[in-house]
Design a protein around this ligand. Structure first.
Ligand SMILES: C[S@@+](CC[C@H](N)C(=O)[O-])C[C@H]1O[C@@H](n2cnc3c(N)ncnc32)[C@H](O)[C@@H]1O
Length: 385
């Protein structure tokens, strides 16, 4: 059976140099890009429903600074809006739920929450701000997490590219000769394997939409930001290169005898980066949400490269930076499959390969943002079993 990510997935823990906390600037930049949509959705929900208690959930929060940025942003939006409405002291109470898989570093997250609370108390002692409460919520977002019709706003940043598991059947099918070494879709992946990745995405994303539909109040909204694909061609994805280079690095360690080839043959990443067309098709098929916005933007692979140009100025430095990002995200998954001893060598090799790639071609990551509102009446009369 393919490993379920609930058993093993988490980002690199703690707050050290290789931790997710210290290596989440790409996500921070994406958060900045989606601020206007977050503002629009939060205001619309508040205007339409005027909840006295507004329930807001961050799905796949991990344990880095972006989660608290999101919390802080929603508090500020409501605060500003109430001032604009002339009711500066009549805020709703905000209840935040920070969700991730049980293996997430919730201890580190709770320390960040505590620091955040102390900083807001110090900075805003005299000001009236919406009262807020923050709870952690372990569990997979591919399961029900909340009671029916209890959440006003869902948010998820850089998570929906994760599948609930590597596609079922891959091990049974076995990698064909030309697929050996692949850990995700590459230009030479056989169509039968590509189809399994696509089916897993369709199944997971449909389920996710149905579950969130059940949990949202009518008029509630949802904002999803995740790694996607710029073009419809499934073999063309920009993230295919990113994971392809990781596959090549693993292969080179296998060639040197540092890891077992059979281990590589049974390893696929539980991810899929869809195109906008694939995402929209599923939302429309499900018929549960009105799409307010769907767009795609691009971001440089190197989180510290803020330039717009198509040239990488220091490919060695960029290689190291990209390797840090991918290590913070993939390290636990790679370590649980291949063992911890390969990590330093693997990500050094990876940094080298990324640098070589960027020298030839500045590749960017495609990011999809989707903001939706729960339809008042579903086309399906009842989806609650
Ligand atoms: C790249 S991190 C993004 C964290 C944070 N939202 C940010 O932007 O910095 C992706 C997170 O999604 C979580 N995740 C993946 N699949 C999940 C699932 N099925 N249920 C809950 N969390 C999940 C991972 O554990 C990880 O913490």
């Amino acid at each position: 059976m393919p490993m379920s990510i609930e058993q093993g997935l988490h980002m690199a823990r703690g707050s050290g140099e290789t931790s997710y906390t210290k290596n989440s600037r790409i996500q921070e930049k994406a958060m900045f890009q989606i601020k206007p949509l977050l503002e629009e959705a939060t205001r619309e929900v508040y205007t339409a429903l005027h909840p006295r208690i507004m329930v807001v959930a961050d799905l796949g929060c991990s344990s880095g600074p972006n989660t608290l940025r999101f919390v802080s942003e929603v508090i500020s939006i409501i605060d500003r809006y109430c001032k604009e409405l002339g009711i500066p002291h009549d805020h709703p109470e905000l209840q935040f739920f920070l969700n991730d898989l049980p293996g997430n570093d919730f201890n580190n997250l709770f320390e960040l929450v505590d620091q955040f609370k102390r900083s807001t108390t110090i900075n805003h002692q005299e000001e009236a701000r919406p009262p807020y409460y923050i709870s952690g919520l372990p569990g997979s977002f591919y399961t029900r997490l909340f009671p029916c019709e209890s959440v006003h706003l869902f948010h998820s940043l850089f998570c929906l590219q994760w599948r609930s598991q590597a596609p079922k059947g891959l091990k049974g099918t076995g990698k064909t000769l030309k697929d050996k070494g692949d850990i995700y879709i590459t230009k030479t992946t056989s169509p039968s394997i590509v189809k399994l990745f696509q089916q897993q995405f369709q199944k997971d994303f449909s389920l996710f939409l149905k579950l969130r539909y059940e949990e949202l109040v009518f008029g509630g909204q949802i904002i999803l930001t995740f790694i996607g694909r710029k073009y419809e061609d499934v073999f063309s994805g920009e993230s295919n290169h990113l994971y392809g280079l990781l596959a090549q690095s693993l292969q080179s360690l296998a060639d040197e005898g540092l890891l077992k080839k059979e281990k590589l043959d049974s390893f696929y990443l539980p991810i899929y980066s869809p195109s906008v067309g694939e995402v929209v098709a599923i939302v429309e098929q499900n018929g549960l949400f009105n799409m307010n916005h769907v767009k795609l933007f691009e971001t440089n692979w190197d989180p510290y490269d803020d330039s717009e140009c198509d040239v990488v100025h220091d490919s060695f430095r960029s290689g190291v930076n990209v390797a840090k990002v991918i290590r913070a995200v993939m390290e636990p998954l790679v370590a649980s499959h291949f063992g911890e001893t390969i990590l330093d060598t693997l990500f050094k090799e990876y940094a080298h390969r990324v640098a070589k790639h960027l020298e030839k071609e500045k590749t960017k990551l495609a990011v999809i943002v989707l903001s939706m509102k729960k339809l008042n009446q579903s086309r399906y009369p009842s989806i609650v079993p």
